[in-house]
Design a protein around this ligand. Structure first.
Ligand SMILES: [Zn+2]
Length: 301
């Protein structure tokens, strides 16, 4: 957990307590109503203050060990309380995504991860069984994309990843790649019309991310599990240049790669709002949810 996220959630907790007291002092509201009001709106200050900016979280996993700890009903409640209007979800294995989708079909946008268990993460590129798994799931359920998968360098040329790209291509699915810049370029060489979501922006510096975005007009970037782009509600200068140059290509994500990370979804959402809301309104909305929904071809209100 990045340090500034932790301190941010602490201060958010204090703000919630303060605003609950404030609501009660203003009269008319019972303690319970005040708590409900704060939980429902996450509002700070006055009753009727603006609702928090909706967010689309583009990087959620709900793998087998997560749904044992956080059952689907509770998981859906966590996403709603975080003020999310959508979440791109993939899981090892896919059963977790299906459980969550059944619980919150209005919220969950399913993508298919090529992993049957967490341990497939390292060996999947050479495992023929992955192709059969993908084919079987794709014939049974609907998805917007394949990913998040881990793929580096010339591993992208191996038969299994190539077959995965072909399966995505047959169905016009998004590719969600946890990759280096080399593998991203190779994916586009295999399928020039692909839409690729670059997980964690490749953990690259913003200068390098901009370079790749200039080369690839159908590349988007999530900012999951990184915190170098903002601290204390301020956007880092080099990242700000990237956001200004490509206002339509970035989006936020939490990355719940372990079950405990599910409890960071709401703190992460409020941390994200903290810096997103320093941007001009249109740019902020793009970053918060419009870019993700445009990338996914969802109709936005
Ligand atoms: Zn991930």
């Amino acid at each position: 957990m990045p340090i500034d996220l932790v301190s941010r959630s602490d201060s958010a907790g204090r703000t919630d307590r303060l605003s609950r007291q404030h609501l009660r002092r203003r009269g008319g509201l019972s303690r319970r109503d005040a708590v409900v009001a704060v939980m429902a709106g996450g509002l700070v200050g006055e009753i009727g203050a603006q609702a928090p900016m909706p967010l689309f979280d583009a990087h959620i996993h709900y793998s087998h060990d997560a749904w044992e700890v956080v059952p689907p009903k509770q998981a859906a409640a966590i996403l709603r309380q975080a003020g999310l209007r959508g979440a791109l979800v993939s899981s090892s294995d896919d059963e977790g995504t299906q459980k969550l989708l059944a619980e919150a079909p209005d919220l969950i946008v399913p993508e298919l991860r090529p992993y049957r268990t967490r341990s497939d993460l390292s060996g999947w590129v050479r495992d023929e069984g992955i192709v059969r798994y993908l084919e079987q799931r794709l014939s049974r359920h609907r998805y917007v994309g394949i990913g998040e998968f881990h793929l580096y360098g010339d591993d992208a040329e191996l038969p299994v990843p190539r077959r995965m790209v072909a399966l995505a291509r047959e169905r016009s699915l998004l590719l969600h790649a946890h990759s280096d810049a080399d593998a991203v370029a190779r994916l586009f060489r295999q399928w020039p019309e692909a839409r690729v979501l670059w997980a964690h922006s490749g953990f690259e510096r913003p200068e390098k991310v901009r370079e790749l975005l200039r080369q690839q007009p159908r590349l988007w970037c999530d900012l999951a599990f990184r915190s170098d782009h903002a601290s204390n509600g301020r956007i880092d200068a080099a990242w700000r240049e990237a956001f200004d140059e490509f206002p339509g290509r970035f989006m936020v994500g939490t990355d719940t790669f372990t079950p405990e990370r599910w409890h960071y979804i709401a703190p992460h959402a409020s941390w994200s709002r903290g810096w997103i809301e320093t941007l001009p309104r249109a740019q902020a909305e793009a970053m918060a949810w419009r870019n993700a929904e445009a990338m996914l071809g969802r109709k936005t209100a």
